[in-house]
Design a protein around this ligand. Structure first.
Ligand SMILES: NC(=O)c1ccc[n+]([C@@H]2O[C@H](COP(=O)([O-])OP(=O)(O)OC[C@H]3O[C@@H](n4cnc5c(N)ncnc54)[C@H](O)[C@@H]3O)[C@@H](O)[C@H]2O)c1
Length: 255
């Protein structure tokens, strides 16, 4: 069993939006002593978020702007993070966009936008980070899918989102298989409705009540629910879990 180095870094994509899952995850992991690499669209906001985390938690943090759908910018951002921070042990692929367009109104540009960010983006970061993890022979990767993948939409976002998030589960399983021999685990988390702004803005109380009706627990999810699951899956003790999809969805999808 490979052990973690004492000084280690987790890279989180999509970690800038104030009420988002990525930001909450960065704080949660920093509180556990992880050094943090932040990737999001705006370089200055990434750097500001990193500064805040470092000051609050006494860890090292570095932010680098990149569009995850652009492989060149992803590679440059990860090169910069790797040069600044301790060994990259974990990657959380959180960046994503919603897409409420009905199937019959869909055009090629919307399809490509959503697939490029929500699926290709996960591949580009994984591919680059895997190169470092393979050399170090240790790594943990967590990809954010969605209950939309398993239920064929049914929430705010529609077909291309569902397709991309289903692709994330396939990517997770295939990379888990290929990278396992290097002590790298790859897992997905499939969130149900989480109280962020991605579903067309901040959720009203009425909307939360509506979303809760389909669940077996009595509330919509919090960003902390997802952050805690990510923290578990990237922990040293989770090394025997790989290729799995963990549903953190209030019981919305059972199989
Ligand atoms: N909130 C939910 O109910 C829910 C449910 C299932 C899955 N998810 C997934 O969780 C992840 C986080 O979503 P959230 O709810 O925190 O939303 P959010 O909009 O708050 O966060 C998304 C983050 O990704 C960043 N981002 C968007 N496009 C990017 C790009 N091309 N390159 C780099 N960064 C980019 C945004 O700037 C933002 O910081 C997404 O992948 C989303 O699909 C969310």
């Amino acid at each position: 069993m490979s052990t973690f180095p004492t000084e280690r870094t987790a890279i989180i994509t999509g970690a800038v939006s104030e009420r988002g899952i990525g930001r909450a995850t960065a704080s949660y992991l920093a509180a556990q002593g992880w050094n943090i690499g932040i990737i999001d669209l705006d370089d200055a906001l990434c750097k500001a978020a990193a500064k805040e985390l470092a000051a609050e938690h006494g860890v090292k943090a570095f932010g680098a702007g990149a569009n995850v759908s652009d492989e060149g910018s992803v590679r440059a951002a990860i090169d910069a993070i790797e040069a600044e921070l301790p060994q990259i042990v974990a990657l959380a692929n959180v960046a994503g966009v919603s897409s409420p367009v009905p199937y019959l109104e869909l055009d090629a540009a919307e399809w490509d936008r959503v697939l490029n960010i929500n699926l290709n983006g996960v591949h580009y970061t994984t591919r680059r980070v895997a190169e470092s993890m393979v050399k170090n022979r240790i790594g943990r990767i967590v990809n954010i899918s969605s209950v939309s993948a398993q239920r064929g939409g049914g929430t705010f976002s529609k077909t291309p989102y569902s397709v991309a998030k289903a692709g994330v589960i396939g990517l997770t399983r295939a990379t888990a298989r290929e990278l396992g021999e290097y002590d790298i685990t790859v897992n997905a988390i499939s969130p149900g409705p989480i109280d962020t702004d991605i579903m067309g803005g901040t959720l009203s109380e009425e909307r939360k009540d509506e979303l809760t009706k389909d669940l077996v627990v009595n509330r919509v999810g919090s960003t902390r629910d997802i952050a805690a699951a990510i923290a578990f899956l990237i922990s040293e003790d989770a090394g025997y879990i790989s290729g799995q999809t963990l549903n953190v969805d209030g019981g919305l999808y059972m199989h």
